[in-house]
Design a protein around this ligand. Sequence first.
Ligand SMILES: [Zn+2]
Length: 502
Amino acid sequence: MILDPFEVLSTDLLGRVGRLKTRKGNITTPALLPVVNPFIPNAVSASEIVDLGFQGVTTNAYLILRNAPECTSVHNLLKIESPVMTDSGAYQLLRYGTISVDQERIIAFQKRLESDIAVILDVPTGGYASEEQAMRTAIATYQRAVEALPLIKDDNRIWVAPIQGGPYTHIVDRIAAQTAALDYSMYAVGSPTELLEEYNVAPLARMVWVVRQRIPYGKPLHLFGAGHPIVFALFAALGCDTFDSAAYAIYARDDRYMTPYGTKRLKDLVELPCSCSICKKFSEAKELLDVPKPERERLLALHNLNICLQEEKAVRQAIREGRLWEYAKARCLAHPALKAAFRVLVEGAEKLIPFTRTRKRRGLFFYDHDDLNRPEVLAFKKFLKEKWFPRTSKVLLLRADKLEPHLERFFLNPPSDYQVCLWGGPFLIIPCEIAHTYPLSQFEAADCLISEEDVLWIADLLVAKGVSEVLLVRSGDPLESILLERLRSKGVQIQVCDKPPL
Ligand SMILES: [Zn+2]
């Protein structure tokens, strides 16, 4: 088993652009490896998927074993030379309850197929299992991962250990910690398809969050069944590197048309809001709806694939630019259930600090109070608490989000007996000496983002730093009185003026 198939090239939040090295070439991640079934006539073929621009595909080893047991090369079967991931049959187990194959046989078969990324035979939990069932399947999957090790340790491909446990995060957490210790090439979060089909994304986001905390940062993480472009950015931000899904085909079967911000029924559309090679052939949606069924299904599947690929590239670009927070958030605002899933990032943001670049090519955008939990803000608050010491115990407070041009002159010659600070912006309080430093002046913010709680944090910080006198330049901000009241209650002497003393 290859132990280090992954190289991280660029990071933002827990997301990374990486290079996954397989026997058939590298995959730039995050990447979707669409699921193909070579035994369905007229389906979009693996070579069509590769021609669209995808870097590889996923197929099911169990289906091949059942339909073409003599097959010795999955690449010949699919007629492609790109990387192929083979799933072991767990999905069939989840859907049909039982499959007639044991782990040893399916592992040997995946080796014979020359699969590039292979998966042990896990026991899926499913999205709506009881706690007892979740525990049983998670432990059984872990035991399979242990039993598989001697069968794969000398094999030169990427082997994936799935982590089960469904929405019970305490189970997922325990099993992820144990599985991480087994030192696989790659890990996966198992069987969330049912949750995703109902936009029930938050439990899955929590599962991924827990698993990502447990497995080593340098190891890639696969997410099974996540095939809608609307969730790619969120799951990339949570640290997923590859995805597999047949959603593009399943949606097409039901005349469902994917967009990066949700799914539309073809019959409800007048326009086709896309200019991919398929959509530009039709001047309106009705023309596509008039195409007879088998062909229409193929065309819709191809459009859905185009949309997935476009989103995959946009997510990688967002990571490279360091704006994955804004990008994932914009996607998550498309559906209330996704907004709830985005909160997993907001609530865990402190743990994102080490993985978030401190210098980026562009400024940050702040839309609402949630954005004050961005790792960049939390890192700055940590700096203020632990490493900043005011020059004097007298502080001059000016209400400004950031260093605006009209304040520059004042900042060049601040009154020497005061430590001058700006207060009230998304970074809460900015000492003038570092106000130029990225990202303290390189951002755009909606008005009035900070809350009463943030103002109390500012006052408590100043008190903790030994500030005994505050000169506040009146601004009319309604939070001003709360700030002064808190400072006064802690024994700080207050003076208020209308203009900064020059
Ligand atoms: Zn299209």
